[in-house]
Ligand binder design. Sequence first.
Ligand code: FRU
Length: 494
Amino acid sequence: ILLYFTALSYVASDINYEKAKVALKEYIEKKKKDINPRYRPLYHLAPPVGWMNDPNGFSYHNGEFHLFYQYYPYDSIWGPMHWGHSSSLDLVNWKELPTALLPETEQCFSGSAISENNTMILMYTGRRNTSVEPYFNESQYLAFSTDGIDFTKYEHNPVLPGSPSGAPDFRDPKVWKYDNDFYVVIGTKTLENQGSVLLYKSKDLRNWEIVTVLDESKGDLGYMWECPDFFELNGKFVLLMSPQGMHSQGDRYKNTFQNGYIIGSFNYTTNEFVREQQFQEIDYGHDFYAATTTEANGKRYIVAWHSMWEVSHPEAVDGWVGQMTLPRELSIVNNRILMKPVETIVNLRVGVAVDGNIGLNEVREFGKAVELFIDSDLNRTVNLLLEGRDGGGNIRLRWNPEDHKVVVDRDSGDIRQVEWSPINSTTWRVFLDASSIELFCGEGEVVFSSRAYPLGGWKLTNQSPQSVHVKAFNLKTNSGIVGQENGLRLFIFI
Ligand code: FRU
């Protein structure tokens, strides 16, 4: 009898879960109509409605990229976490898919995906409330899909019930396969409140054993390491993570939380990660967090939440919040990670908007989505103002030949800056979308990702003492973003 009732309750909860999925899909379709499109990106991934934070489950499965994300569809604020889902053939045109995971007794916190025997497996953190201090528990869950769209949670969740130290923060599993074993890194903190990353190993993804503490903060890298990733790149190993609680030092660590990496060596026999470099920020902009990578066709790609915790999100009143950065390709040169925009971005170009010198105080106007190439002469000051044609925006890009710093100055004073020594090219490549800017310097040795909110498309004013050469392309995806145009204004002369 007991068995019968247990079976029955499983069936009932499955049915309820399926019903909830259908209701959510209908809700999203209905709510989309209320979105104000003024800041909606034209070529960056954003949630159809509601709130988005971390990228999750970035992976390559049966010839397609999948990108999931922390998602709360019912409001423009963080809430009980779902996994939103999109796929792409080329990393720049995105297709919206049904919400992959809905919270039940657990919230579906960040995690990763792996493709194995034609099955896509998600490994994520289930966060549950408890009645005793610290009033939450984090453990690791699995979900499976054979079609890459519809996911079923594993019936014996959780597969990793808690951290070995007993620290309740134990989240954001990043799984990969090496030889015949699966590995996962998980972010946590020590009992002394130091950020830390644990490495586990498994034969079947269901049974895990701890291998080692891969690395941890020694008083200098914050109290919690979120969203760890660990991968080999150009013969080195990279530990990428998002530390909380680092203190700003001069130009460094100025965001609410940081995102960076440590380069070192590692081998699968000793399982020892030996640091060769200190922690470095990966992106110097205002809005870049929880970055995660995947490998496909011999290349390592990264994508991050193009937003930040505890900052204002002007798009919230429009019915949505958050977007992803442009996916980028990684390499290591001179012990630094370089980030280059994915090559396929060139397929979005729909025409040249500007090609020529722009003199002092001259203005050029664009639509909402533009790619700019700016030739800089490192011996001369550069000072470019980017703002909305109808107001808002207000980002200044500067190069200062005295201190060799690139400066991104938002709203006249909210500054991010860093020294830049180009390894080859001195060109700036800038990607503007309806509410974001990404600046790639040279080969990607210095990159800034920030949000900015221009109205009515972008305009550029050259305030450098000398003229600056700019080539600009209008961009457009095939993703069919409803209600969204590039905002190009056509002037017809009769
Ligand atoms: C990082 C993070 C993760 C967590 C998720 C919750 O931004 O705090 O550690 O899994 O967001 O939404």
